[in-house]
Ligand binder design. Sequence first.
Ligand code: AMP
Length: 301
Amino acid sequence: MAIQLVSTAAQLRAESARLLTQKGGTSQGLVPTMGALHEGHARLARTAVGQNDVVVASIFVNPLQFGEAVDLERYPRTLEADMALLDAEGVDLVFAPSADEVYPGGEPVVRITAGPLGGKWEGASRPGHFDGALTVVAKLLHFGMPGTGLSGGGGLPAYRAYFGQKDAQQLALVKRMVEDLNFPVEIVPVPIVRSEEGLALSSRNRFLSAEEREAALVLSRALLLVEARANAHVPLDLESAQALVESQPLVELDYFDVVDPRTLEPLAENCKDTPFRGEGLAIIAARVGPVRLIDNVPLDS
Ligand code: AMP
């Protein structure tokens, strides 16, 4: 069945309910994106299609989470190619609303506050970013909820939403929001998709020159070094991995640390001189040319 494009919440509700009935389905998946889709988003869509009867992908560049107007303006918009990619993955519906549809009363007065977890790491250099991101994610989770249309049996349809581990802080915050505020949705994390050389795919990578792209590989190399040490049960030696990043003149390091994946509190102090034990997340952010890049690798030892 061909993919459909809808732009209002009412159309989305009606169409998803119709599809659920038509397919005799009992589950619905939502894949929230900002468009300019690549293989990372495709993996989210593929995972959702594999687990649900009806899958909705949303494409919305949320003005609320951009600090600088220029960043919002230059964010790539490639709807036609996005539709083709989602269609190839078997997504049923694309929800691409206007800003007026999402915020009919203008900027929302009541918002989600990310709290202290939203103030560290990415939040430290992008004030208000996670409040804006969580507010729109809350709205999208409501827009994408399965409607009626159950085939017999009773019970509510299962509802799942898919988020990339690439944005580890966003994922941790969305999970907390859903737990803390009892949203009726299961959050499903999807592993990072990388280029062959190791660069985590991002819609912003297109702004890198060939030289900057090559330089940016140092981020994943440093993370892999830390991962290898965790797997080898030796001290992580973050300093030497950090020195590797700092030796690359085109890369301006913002942070590099090992944190608890849920709280994002640093763990590195605990494993400085002793082998790493337990679960962690090595996280990195750096500016490369015009772009801020983030990446991470889970550690499980
Ligand atoms: P964005 O369109 O950048 O807001 O991303 C939409 C979703 O795709 C988010 O849940 C991201 O974490 C996820 N995503 C972006 N890049 C990747 C990647 N390289 N691998 C896996 N998921 C990704």
